[in-house]
Design a protein around this ligand. Sequence first.
Ligand code: F6P
Length: 523
Amino acid sequence: MSEKTIINTLSELAATSSSLSLIRLFDDEPQRLERLSIQAPGLYADFSKQKVDEKTLDALLAYAEAQNLGEFFDAMRAGEAVNTTEHRAAQHMALRAPEDENFQALGTNISNTIAKERARLRAFANDIRGGKRQGVTGRALRTLVHIGIGGSDLGPRLLMQALKRYHAPGMDVRFAANLDAADINDALSGCDPETTLVIVVSKSFSTAETLANARVARAWLVQHLGEDAPTLHMAAVSTNLAATADFGIQDENVFAMHDWVGGRYSLWSSVGLSVMATLKEDAFEDMLAGAAAMDDHALNTPVAQNAPLLSGLIQFWNRNFLNMKARAIVPYAARLSLLPAYLQQLIMESNGKSVRADGTPADLVASPVIFGAEGTNAQHAFFQQLHQGPDPVPVDFIGFTQDQEHNPGHHRGVLANMLAQARALMSGAPAPKEAPYKHFPGNRPSTILLMDALSPFSLGALLAFYEHETVAQAVLCGINPFDQWGVELGKHVAVEVLSHLEKSTTQGMDPSTAALIERIAKP
Ligand code: F6P
């Protein structure tokens, strides 16, 4: 069948989906749970509460075939220029692959480069964790200040929160991302300069916020330790080695990033240096192993049994045919409170686009608006809208079977709440005639991702799951998930507005911005 025919079929199926009763589908389709649940590496995915019946699933699988979904992943694995507007490969999988696997980027072998850099990173991280790297006064470097933003911040920050159980004794890491100086001031507050290492993480080494914060940190080090402080107290992660040298960071403390890995796909790379040094030895490697296991699953499993690609298909259906314009990510784990923010960048910076990779206007939408918060807190924040709001919002529930805090009462309660919310969203509840405001429409879809423990391996598998799901949605819509031209205009306009603010001028500004500049400029 042609893509157009399949899209028409999906539209017809969607037109009748409003009469679908999720709870009745389990009776109508005896194999439903089996067909829509998958044991993938590190996680069990239950899609059976999604509003997809057998006919819809068959049509979606046919569309994946027609869009050559599997072939795209093969091309990405082969290092082809899947990032079409920048003519680059997207080889985040190479960063976590076993070292005997061969990867290329645009025909050039990159596996040797990765192996050398991994060894260098590991040695540097082990030296720091082992107290073998000293500062200018001979004391061991024990506090890392990670300066970066976006993909150079969100991943490491998430990993440090989620893997708190795996922190090495005596190590501390702080993060600064925002241009608001409160961020860098808070990060440096209480640090002992003699035992502090500042790591500046920036693929371009031209991001305004990161350079501004790095200058504050450098001045702080010089003020306390003298002009030579950066030599031993600053490191960098970047593709731009000329810029890091200009900044005064010596090459032996600079770790490479590459243009064949996108920023929001880069936590597996040198970007993770602060994490590697602060977690116990092998924790970072275990995380890479979890992601690599998910890669193997994504690359070698038929779409119908492929957890990330099937999830991509279902979210493609929710956005384009059920017209669900938002999506909630609700991890039932206090230490995954940063996961929604991480996935906002991964999904919305990858897929929040309106032009296809071939330059034509996109007629399919690859990304909803992503939001979320950790459960059970979210139940006391936005679940009112999820249950009784006018627009159904698909929810990803993420939970862990192991009681890692050794508090069975709490742990059972967390899991009971997660399962209950998914069940209640599906089943709904009638309301007494005299109290219509107590009506729960139900039939609201969700996915459950269930893992054993919040461990490096399972976290690696989970984040790789979402990377592949994101790419799958992009392929289904024909867009390029690896560029981010949409972030440029705001940056350019900021330079113009800053100039006006500095000179208290407004020519060329719209009346609103002009009035605001004048109001700000008033003494
Ligand atoms: O948001 C735009 C962006 O380029 C992201 O893609 C990237 O992760 C972030 O800014 C930081 O970029 P850099 O690592 O080059 O400082």
